[in-house]
Structure formats: structure tokens, C-alpha cells
Design a protein around this ligand. Structure first.
Ligand SMILES: *Cc1c(COP(=O)(O)O)cnc(C)c1O
Length: 498
């Protein structure tokens, strides 16, 4: 199978090339030229398998230049009970009313990013062996909080790899910051930037496109790659858990074979929900995709109006991993829905870069609305949803998942659609203690992170994840803060280049 660029359909690279390179030279994102299908026989078979086998099945359909042995080695190394707490890598929790919460946060950093970032380093190593000629891979990450830690944890001490993470100084939770600044490993570095996530992401994208920088790395036998969800190696493992969830529903009788589910996803960069769209495209019985946003509701507005407009105030919210105004992966959806019209995508992305805004054609808008619904809520509604859900069922949502729950309720209320739902739960609530405690009406005063962890535990009895407990007492290693203009220099220093 070949991969094309969303900005140049003439590009044709292998999966290994797409993964090791991260982003196409024209600035476009790699997408498969065609999509494999998944049949009801496949689903029946996979229902009897564990997560590792399900992952191998799906990955082998997309990474056709990887051998079966290579794929099995990657999935087995990534999805261990040791890293995910049990063999149930992505379990479903039934909340009643046909709502099934897909818990994607059992990995080492307690956010759904682990689902992809535990396997990406393995996919990257195999890809680099095939395509990068032994060059050292330099992973650059811009993070709104969770990607950074998950990427650091995935790539720490990986052979022939360096990883450098940039996060917005004031844009992440205290626990997220502590997770990153205390990161261990010989090949890692972390730097705060003065700005928001979009500044960090734009800075990283600019560096990827900088020819002089690329040449300097080349001269030292290195190359950049990306662990952000612009990398195909991030997206393909995310398709797996939607298929896995459906298989689990088949097993428990939550759905009958072929019966449709709706999928609700708290969304930021549009990676997670795009993976659900791709699962649907493969033939997984998904009816509606519900895109949930916080106050940075650029996607809700887009889905409702067909106008994407990032010219608006940026809000820092209690769901920081969704504080994004430029959702990179939307480009992949638009490419697909336009019938792979690379010229159209170039035009839209140029408009976005120059004016911060674009409008899709009426035909495209109609297609989007047929597939997607959207809703958003502010921090107050997010908190209320955490409290309501907890009081009704004893189940504790993190603020991101609560935004998803709010959107689900809003969607069901306006449409009356009673289709069973898979709600993607993207983080463990202990990563966002202060917001969750406040939502439950607890007084947090000036308690530190770990006092808050204990307070939430006393209040709810929910188990504290081991990786959160283990952070206690760790000293920060990385305290550097830089301006966006200095990102290049920080990278050069880390790599000992001039
Ligand atoms: C990254 C993240 C999101 C947003 O996911 P996208 O793939 O960027 O849309 C939502 N919730 C949490 C907790 C996250 O870490």
C-alpha cells in the first residue's frame, strides 16, 4: 500500500517512509491511498482475540511493508500488562442507557496518548531500519500536555533516537508539568515556551520545513521526525481501539453483529476522532461521530457552518489537552471527503495560513454534517457534568471526558438518537485533580498536587494510578523556558550542533 500527501497526490511512499519522515516535504500529511476493509467475519474472529492480536490484525492491513513478525514484535512490546495494568488494554465501562465508556488511559502516563505512543517508537525503529539508513531520529514534539509525557515515556532510552518536547508554559495542568519536567532517560529534553499550544505547534512545524536546519542534521547523520498526531504512526494504532471496543461489545452482548454504534470523542487536534472515522471507512458499524469541544470551539462551529475560523480568542480551560485552535488532522478528513483533491487542500491550507480562515464547499459541508455532529461546553458545564455523572453512577470522569459526556447528552437531547454509544475516555481524573475536586464541591485551598490526589481518593475511593503515585518526591530535571523564536537554538544546543 502506498501513502500520498494531502497536498500532493503524486507523492507515493511506503508506510515505513511515512512514519520515519512524519510529514511530507510539501507540508501535507501522509494518508493511505486506499483503505482496507474489515468484514463481519473479521470482527467475529477478533472478538475472540486479545488486544495484541487485534492490533496486529489492523496494523498489518495498513503497514504492508512490515513483515508479520515485525508487526507482532511491535504490538507485543507495546501493549504489555506491565505497562497497561492488565491484559485489558482498553476496557469498556458500561454506564447504563447504552453508554459505554472506552477507557483509553490505563497506560504509563494515564492519558489516551499512550495507546499510540507506546507503540510508535517500535514502529519508528522498524521504519528507520528500512528507510533512514541508520540515521539518528530526532523527535520533536509540541504538546498541549499529554502528548509530551506520553512521547517521552515511549521514546526514553530508545536506541539511536533523541526526543525534545515543547509545552506552553502556562497551558498545562500542574500534574502534567510535573510528569514532563521529572522525565528520566538519557535521550530526552523538555522546554517550556512562552505562548500557547498553537505557538508551540507552529514553531515545530516551521522547524520541520526549514531546509537549512534539515541540512545541518543531514550533515550530522540525523533526521527530524514527529511524534505528534500528524505522524501516520500515531493514527493507525488509534483505529485499533475502536475496532476493539466493537469486538468487546459483541462479546458482552452490548451490540449484535452489524448493529451500529455512535462514537463520541473529546477533540483537540482531530486525531482521535479521525481514527474513528477511518475505522468507519473500513466498515466498522459506526453511525454518527460526535465531536466534542471545550470553549475553544472552532470545530463545533466548523461542523455546524462549514467555516473554519481560528481568528478568535484562545481560552485556557480545565480540559487543556483540547485547547487548540488549529486542528491539524482535519486536513486528512478534508482530503478524504474531497475525493483526494490535493489542489483543493492546498488552497484551503494556504487560506488558513494567510487569513486564519477558510470555508468549504456546500457539497463538502453536507458530507461533513451527514457524518459528524458537534457540541461544546464551557468549564462550568464541564464541572457540572463531572458532578452529575459521579452522583448518578459513582463513575468519575476527567474534564476532557466530561466535555464528551456533555456533548453526548446534548446530542441525544436534540436528536432523540438512542443508538448505543462508545464514549472515548481520554484521561484519568487524577491527572486533573484540582478541577475534578472543585467540580465535586471540595475546597482545595492551596493544597499541593499530592495532597489533592489524597483528597480526591478520600472523597471518591477511586484507585490512584501507580504512575501518579510514583511521581511523588521526584525532582524536576528540566526548567528551561524559551520564546518561540528561540526554539531552533534550543534544539541545536540539545543536539550539540552549531
Ligand atoms: C490529546 C487529548 C485530547 C484531544 O485528542 P485529539 O486527538 O488531539 O483530538 C483529548 N483529551 C485528552 C486527555 C488528550 O490528551
Amino acid at each position: 500500500m502506498v501513502y500520498k500527501s494531502t497536498r500532493d497526490s503524486g507523492v507515493a511512499v511506503s508506510a515505513a517512509q511515512a512514519i520515519s519522515q512524519g510529514i511530507s516535504k510539501d507540508g501535507g500529511l501522509f494518508v493511505p491511498a486506499e483503505f482496507p476493509s474489515i468484514t463481519s467475519d473479521d470482527l467475529q474472529l477478533l472478538a475472540g482475540c486479545g488486544y495484541v492480536e487485534r492490533a496486529s490484525f489492523v496494523l498489518s492491513r495498513f503497514l504492508t511493508d512490515f513483515s508479520a513478525e515485525e508487526i507482532d514484535a511491535c504490538t507485543k512490546a507495546a501493549y504489555t500488562a506491565d505497562k497497561f495494568g492488565s491484559a485489558d488494554t482498553a476496557p469498556l465501562h458500561a454506564l447504563g442507557n447504552d453508554v459505554h465508556v472506552l477507557e483509553l488511559w490505563h497506560g504509563p502516563t494515564c492519558a489516551f496518548k499512550d495507546m499510540a505512543l507506546q507503540i510508535l517508537p517500535h514502529l519508528m525503529r522498524v521504519s528507520a531500519e528500512k528507510k533512514a539508513g541508520g540515521k539518528k531520529i530526532v523527535i520533536l514534539v509540541a504538546t498541549s500536555g499529554d502528548t509530551g509525557k506520553a512521547a517521552l515515556e515511549g521514546f526514553k532510552d530508545a536506541d539511536n533516537t533523541e526526543i525534545l518536547v515543547f509545552y506552553p508554559e502556562d497551558g498545562v495542568s500542574r500534574m502534567q508539568k510535573l510528569q514532563m519536567t521529572t522525565q528520566e532517560g538519557k535521550n530526552v529534553a523538555v522546554c517550556a515556551i512562552r505562548g500557547n499550544f498553537d505557538d508551540a505547534q507552529t514553531g515545530v512545524k516551521t522547524i520541520f520545513g526549514d531546509k537549512a536546519m534539515a541540512q545541518k542534521l543531514e550533515d550530522s547523520h540525523m533526521m527530524f521526525s514527529s511524534a505528534n498526531s500528524i505522524n501516520w504512526g500515531r493514527l493507525v494504532p488509534q483505529i485499533v481501539y475502536y475496532i476493539s471496543a466493537y469486538c468487546d461489545l459483541l462479546k458482552t452482548g452490548g451490540v449484535k453483529m452489524g448493529e451500529a454504534v455512535n462514537v463520541v470523542v473529546p477533540t483537540g487536534n482531530f486525531g482521535n476522532i479521525l481514527a474513528a472515522y477511518y475505522a468507519r471507512k473500513m466498515g466498522l458499524p459506526i453511525a454518527k461521530l460526535v465531536c466534542a469541544s471545550n470553549t475553544n470551539r472552532v470545530l463545533t462551529d466548523f461542523i455546524r457552518t462549514g467555516v473554519y475560523d481560528r481568528n478568535r480568542e484562545f481560552h485556557t480551560t480545565t480540559s487543556p489537552s483540547m485547547d487548540i485552535l488549529i486542528s491539524s488532522n482535519l486536513e486528512r478528513l478534508l482530503y478524504d471527503l474531497s475525493g483526494c483533491d490535493d489542489g483543493e487542500i492546498r488552497r484551503l491550507m494556504k487560506e488558513l495560513a494567510e487569513t486564519g480562515r477558510y470555508e468549504v464547499s456546500p457539497a463538502m459541508k453536507a458530507k461533513i454534517q451527514e457524518l459528524f455532529a458537534a457540541a461544546w461546553c464551557d468549564d462550568i458545564k464541564t464541572g457540572e457534568t463531572i458532578a452529575e455523572t459521579y452522583n448518578a453512577s459513582g463513575y468519575l470522569l476527567d474534564p476532557h471526558t466530561a466535555v464528551g459526556m456533555y456533548a453526548l447528552n446534548a446530542y441525544r437531547q436534540t436528536t432523540g438518537d438512542k443508538t448505543p454509544v462508545v464514549l472515548a475516555s481520554t484521561a484519568n481524573p487524577y491527572k486533573f485533580c484540582s478541577s475534578v475536586l472543585a467540580a465535586l464541591g471540595e475546597n482545595i485551598g492551596d493544597a499541593d498536587e499530592f495532597a489533592q490526589v489524597r483528597q480526591l481518593h478520600v472523597k471518591t475511593g477511586c484507585p490512584v494510578p501507580a504512575p501518579i503515585n510514583d511521581l511523588q518526591g521526584k525532582q524536576p530535571r528540566f526548567t528551561q523556558v524559551c520564546d518561540r523564536e528561540d526554539m531552533q537554538q534550543v534544539i541545536m544546543n540539545m543536539l550539540h550542533l552549531t
